[in-house]
Design a protein around this ligand. Structure first.
Ligand SMILES: [Zn+2]
Length: 121
């Protein structure tokens, strides 16, 4: 189950990122913390170095709105303020992610301007 969650996380991050050959620093993580750090070290949109953060993992079926996908790709590809863990609870509660401060600001502005997250919003 954990491998499946990691595979999905890596697959999602690869679709949203420019590719870099730099590997994140490996280290032991506490139990319940899923390593979802990106291999990319710089945001292609904001040209800022990515930082690390622990964020909650959201499990379940999430139907993201098309507007969100488009905005994410163009304006906040590395916001990573939450990690989507897939439909089945993998047991991990938090994820170690990389994020861009410019992307998180852009994500906040997206919601402040009335941007939608889910299909049903
Ligand atoms: Zn950014």
């Amino acid at each position: 189950m954990r491998r499946k969650a990691v595979f999905i996380a890596v697959a999602l991050s690869l679709t949203m990122c420019t590719v870099s050959h730099e590997e994140p620093t490996l280290r032991w993580l506490p139990s319940g913390l899923l390593d979802c750090r990106d291999a990319v070290t710089e945001c292609a949109v904001h040209r800022l170095q990515l930082k690390e953060d622990e964020v909650p993992i959201l499990y379940g079926l999430v139907r993201l709105h098309d507007d969100y996908f488009l905005a994410q790709e163009e304006r906040f590809p590395h916001a990573n303020d939450v990690w989507f863990g897939g439909c089945v609870d993998g047991g991990d509660q938090t994820a170690l992610v990389t994020f861009c401060e410019g992307c998180r600001h852009a994500l906040s502005k997206y919601f402040a301007d009335g941007g939608r997250l889910n299909e049903g919003d």
